[in-house]
Design a protein around this ligand. Sequence first.
Ligand code: GPW
Length: 771
Amino acid sequence: MESAQVFKTSHARTVCYLSAEYLLGPHLAGNLVNLGITETAREVGEELGLDLDAILEEEEEPGLGNGGLGRLAACFMESLSTCHIPAIGYGIRYEFGIFDQAIEDGWQVERTDNWLRNGNPWEIPRPKIRFSVGYGGYTESYRDDKGRSRQRWQPASVINGMAYDTPILGYGTANANLLRLWKAEAPASFDFQAFNTGDYYGAVYANIQAETISKVLYPNDEPEAGKELRLKQQYFFVSCSMQDMIRLHLNTVGPLETFADKFVAQLNDTHPALAVAELMRLLLDEHAMNWEQAWDITHRTFCYTNHTLLPEALETWSVSLFERLLPRHLEIVYEINRRFLDEVRMRFLGDEARVWRMSLIAEGGERRVRMANLAVVGSRAVNGVAELHSALVKATLFKDFAELWPERFHNVTNGVTPRRFMVVANPRLSRLITATCGHEDWIRDLERVRELEAHVEDAGLQEEWRAVKRAAKQDLAEWMNQATGVRLDPESLFDVQAKRFHEYKRQHLKVLHIIRCYQRIKQGQSQDLVPRAFIFGGKAAPGYFMAKLIIKLINAVGEVVNNDPQVNGWIRVAFLPDFNVKNGQRLYPAADLSEQISLAGKEASGTGNMKFSMNGALTIGTLDGANVEIREAVGAENFFLFGMTAEEALQRQMTGYRPWEIYRNDAELKSDIDLINSGLFSHGDTQLFRPLTDNLVNHDPFMVLADYRAYLDCQKTVSETYKDTPRWTRMSILNVARIGRFSSDRAIREYAAHIWKVTPKLIEPAGGDVA
Ligand code: GPW
């Protein structure tokens, strides 16, 4: 309340982060850390006969996101508060977040995530902050009281959005920002209508229709679903948010002419890109501005972050659906497009092919609105999320736009919050770092973990470092045994891949490595190996057949491997069900090896790579996304690199990639794939995994086979290195010591300075100090 009051009275420039997802994770532990009262809470709990850890265990996490993009939004909210930047996070209060994953007979099964079942103590309902949101209907021209011709929208239906606020605390500061999530509901007038017309059932039905809009998070990560309800959700939260920003501005600063000075709105991918058209509509139709002024304000307000180059993940909406739901917005998009394409024509005389490519509307076939183009045209800054990704954004996806507006394109490499992913997740390591560095300042200034480097040769530190990792592995092994019945040996190398299941992330490449190890052991060639636990975690989109088949394959291989006494001392395969923030916090501290093995050029950044490194895991990875920068930061000698570069991959795709030739020419690869097809892992069913193996041999869109040999060779180096315990420990310490750049605080400071042009506003604690 103090923060909100100060931001309001001081007219502080404010960041509005617009995101369809916030993958928050449990609040309690993070809030205790950020308030500096974890130990106090533990002691008070003891006096009351309450075990803090048991309470933390109970907390239901708000899983309002799918993966990296949603978790990034949560890290950014925490860092915005920690960095004292006035901010509001806007999003949707989904009644059901990401599904809970269970594994049955090796297959993923989805269960609804009823996270609000027992109430939500962290949110503050704001019944007075409500906005109405229209859908459908038609537009009409009319003359206003000054006789000017104007346009207005007569929606066919209207629903309400009500605000629910969750305070997001900063670390060691009184600053707190609001996460404001919208819940959809029927407007009260529906009851009234029912009373008048006697159509009681109809009114209740309309009520249900309205509430459906914020009912459930779409579980597709990356590929768009293209569903009408999804478009309704996007417009719903964007409209409420823009109306709220206008309300706040009118209540505090005053005239809308200064809107873009008060607010900067960051689009977390294109999911909220409708905000561009909605702000235009509000300024033009509701606040009677002319086009030029409305566009100037809108264009100065928005910035856009792109999170993917995958063509199947780029959002487009069919013009007919768009028009049916948002007829006024389509008019506005057309007018933005008309003016924009005139600019393109003027700049590139006679280049109609370019005009065609850059248009907000894709023509030829079904006409579609290109949300990415709308976001670029409507924003004053566009950024990618890692250096390589941002370079590819300029060179490929938005090449035409970068030629037109080179100054608009930026890079801000992602980061993650060390509070949650080190202090909360790994208290043992945190204590060791604090003891070694002699201060806790690294928690707010992660660059200072570099001070560990001076102690890297200290045998005592190395010993303690190993003990910390060992204890975390013990914890995970116990938890895993409880959850799945799989026994892991804490002495073995914990080799972890945890992320959404996607072919481009290549979990099946790791499976091929497991099968290779299995075969080698069976053939008595285990001399190069080291005992390993292969651990996987991650969800697949419910409709993504291939991803679900890969999960099944992992569990099928696990069943054979884990029950084969001949290989039991050597390898284990474990699938941690329901990978979410809470389970991630158990996994990161226990990992020795972090698998970041996407095909180069496909992973925009990755953020799990950072979380593992921060906890002392070494990375085996391709030159993809932020891996490139992590490797530069920790030193090439402390990173296991393999595989093609993005350029080589592209080159090879273009000159004709023939995976079947690799399959035929590499006897080991062939025998690994053939073993899957033999039915060994499927109780004799030779067809079960055919869609996967056939796809690999005949198409292999993510070039698993091309990188197979390099991956195996690199894994051999990993095993050799692991056998040299002091060396591995030194590498692990250096990974942590040099990871400072990947704090989300650094990312937020870059956004603040280069993109948002906002300055921190420190809140003085009102009633007493914070720790
Ligand atoms: F397709 N990312 C994600 F770009 O988690 F929108 N979900 C998504 O829907 C998209 C991207 C989208 C991820 C990227 O895959 C990952 O590389 C990146 O680290 C993360 O977003 C945060 O930038």
